[in-house]
Design a protein around this ligand. Structure first.
Ligand SMILES: [Zn+2]
Length: 279
């Protein structure tokens, strides 16, 4: 999964430090990151790539000894406009397809933080201009004291088993045509398990029992934390698909499920676990 980078390690505690020429510099502008073309793929630029002294930027985290910095919003536009043709503004999902798992996690996590910062330039309570806290990863309002922490929205995803069949679905918003699992954001006032029951009933029209926790993963592309579950069908297996959310929802026999890559998403791990009859 995205966060599984052992024996490497993400050091995400808050601290202040100065950039070195070899550190990564994420430039975020208009919900996109400035990346460097390398043949058919992209790289995250380093501080030295910009050939400038004292770029206004701040430390985010490190993976092993590689530190990630984010260019301040005040300079992002200028860096984008002065970049050569080798640089392209790319959506955060571009990081997902990077071959190096360390860059994949580092880039996506940096974009998550950058997105949060860009959404909180002004206080939601009093409208004043905000600033970054110098004590923790937070945005503070100097006028009214409002404190805003990074947005991490909980999501549940569930592999519903029905004997040797798995409930699989395709979300209408997903450009990937493959079948995945039922998932959705947790609503206010409910537990993760209650969200599982509700989402399966809403999207597929069936009831589940024996909901069991499988694992979790960060999903920076939607500012989320995904909790994965397995569950068993409870009662009638007739699917009533929610057409506003899904284009397909069906029971797929174990032997008809193709292999899924398990190096990025918990969804694929849950599917593979069922396909290989491990759960
Ligand atoms: Zn305020």
């Amino acid at each position: 999964m995205l966060h599984e980078i052992e024996p490497h390690k993400l050091y995400n505690e808050f601290r202040k430090q100065s950039p070195r020429p070899t550190d990564f510099l994420v430039v975020y502008f208009g919900d996109k990151s400035l990346l460097k073309k390398n043949g058919d793929s992209f790289e995250i630029p380093k501080v030295a790539d910009f050939n400038r002294e004292d770029i206004p930027c701040h430390y985010l985290f490190s993976i092993d000894d590689a530190a990630y910095f984010l260019a301040d919003l005040s300079i992002s536009k200028e860096l984008v406009e002065s970049a050569s043709d080798d640089y392209v503004l790319c959506p955060a999902r571009t990081y997902r397809y990077m071959g190096d798992p360390l860059l994949r996690l580092g880039g996506a996590t940096a974009a998550h933080i950058a997105h949060w910062e860009s959404q909180n330039r002004f206080c939601g309570r009093c409208g004043s201009e905000t600033s970054r806290s110098d004590k923790e990863r937070a945005i503070v309002c100097p006028k009214c004291g409002n404190v805003v922490y990074p947005r991490i929205s909980p999501v549940v995803i569930v592999a519903v088993h029905n004997g040797d069949k798995l409930l699989m679905a395709h979300n209408i918003d997903n450009p990937n045509p493959r079948l995945f699992l039922i998932s959705g954001f947790v609503e206010v006032g409910e537990s993760l398990e209650q969200a599982v029951h509700r989402e399966v009933l809403e999207e597929a029209g069936v009831y589940v029992k024996n909901v069991r926790y499988f694992g979790s993963q960060p999903w920076p592309f939607s500012d989320s934390m995904i909790a994965g579950f397995t569950a068993e069908l409870d009662g009638d297996d007739t699917i009533h698909m929610q057409a506003s959310e899904l284009s397909e929802a069906l029971w797929v026999k174990r032997e008809d499920i193709p292999e899924y890559e398990t190096d990025v998403s918990i969804s694929c791990c849950l599917i593979e676990d069922f396909r290989r009859a491990r759960s």
